[in-house]
Design a protein around this ligand. Structure first.
Ligand code: SF4
Ligand code: SF4
Length: 270
């Protein structure tokens, strides 16, 4: 299986995927029913997560950065999903079974607009050791901060645990709460818990979906289906990325404890 990991590593390197990790699928078996690796695949043994960084410049654009991010996300999600499916094929060529946990869509829409991934990608990412769940609800990685877009795989293959590149991931610095302060709808509380419904309502606009939802007698299954065919990829616009673009750690990697604190290094940025 070591050679197999080397093969995946080489493939990721060709595809410019700088961060990935693998661990035992049991680590997410306490997740809510319907969102566990075993709900997705019988005899699942391992989970894998990869991260692709969105260029800093997209968040740095003085104007229209949400539109720039919209374009980037649409392209990244397609790319990530393609890479995931190729890795699933590589795994299946060894006689195992593998399924992708796509970068964003499809997802379950619960209640009044709460989106749930089939398996939470930030949870997979934290479990495999490529970062910690940050105070803005996104993955916080020591090199890229919160600007990694993620994809995952569940598989029956029993793969060795690995986090690449090896890092001691510690998450957001304790004294930072910039994203909470910058959120225009106060969707992030002081503990870092994100009100997802408030966030989604403010940050995403899906005009075709919204119009179709004005029809009477739509059940939740209809709403789910209409959402997937009208609000996915380019059909939804991102209107807010404040909790990422305001994060000082998209500019400078997190300093190891022995280096001067970030506040001293970036001065005017904070
Ligand atoms: S995307 Fe915008 S609304 Fe949502 S949590 Fe971040 S800052 Fe708040
Ligand atoms: S601004 Fe960045 S480092 Fe600070 S709490 Fe938010 S995500 Fe973490």
């Amino acid at each position: 299986m070591k050679e197999f990991i080397e093969e995946i590593k080489r493939f990721f390197s060709e595809k410019h995927i700088p961060v990935f990790g693998v661990t035992n699928a049991r680590s997410l078996e306490n997740e809510p029913s319907g969102h566990r690796p075993s709900d997705m695949l019988d005899s699942v043994k391992s989970i894998l997560c990869l991260g692709m960084p969105v260029p800093k410049g997209i968040f740095k654009c003085r104007e229209r950065s949400e539109w720039m991010y919209w374009r980037a996300a649409c392209i990244y999600y397609r790319n990530i999903d393609m890479v995931l499916m190729r890795v699933c094929n590589i795994i299946e060529e060894k006689g195992e079974v593998a399924a992708p946990v796509y970068g964003c869509f499809p997802y379950d829409v619960k209640g009044k607009g709460d989106f749930w991934g089939y398996i939470g990608l930030v949870k997979i990412a934290e479990a495999v050791g490529i970062g910690k769940i940050g105070k803005n609800g996104l993955l916080f990685n020591s090199k890229y901060g919160p600007r990694l877009l993620l994809g995952g795989i569940v598989t029956t293959a029993s793969l060795p645990t690995i986090a690449w590149p090896e890092k001691d991931e510690r998450g957001c610095p304790e004294d930072c709460c910039i994203c909470q302060e910058k959120c225009p709808v106060k969707a992030i509380d002081k503990r870092g818990k994100v009100n997802r419904v408030a966030c989604i309502r403010h940050s995403m606009k899906s005009p075709i979906f919204s119009n179709l939802m004005k029809a009477d007698n739509l059940g939740s299954e209809d709403a789910q289906m209409i959402n997937h065919v009208t609000a996915v990829d380019d059909h939804s616009m991102y209107r807010c990325i404040q909790c990422v673009s305001a994060c000082p750690y998209i500019w400078i990697p997190l300093c190891p404890p022995s280096l001067p604190p970030l506040r001293a290094k970036v001065g005017g940025l904070l």
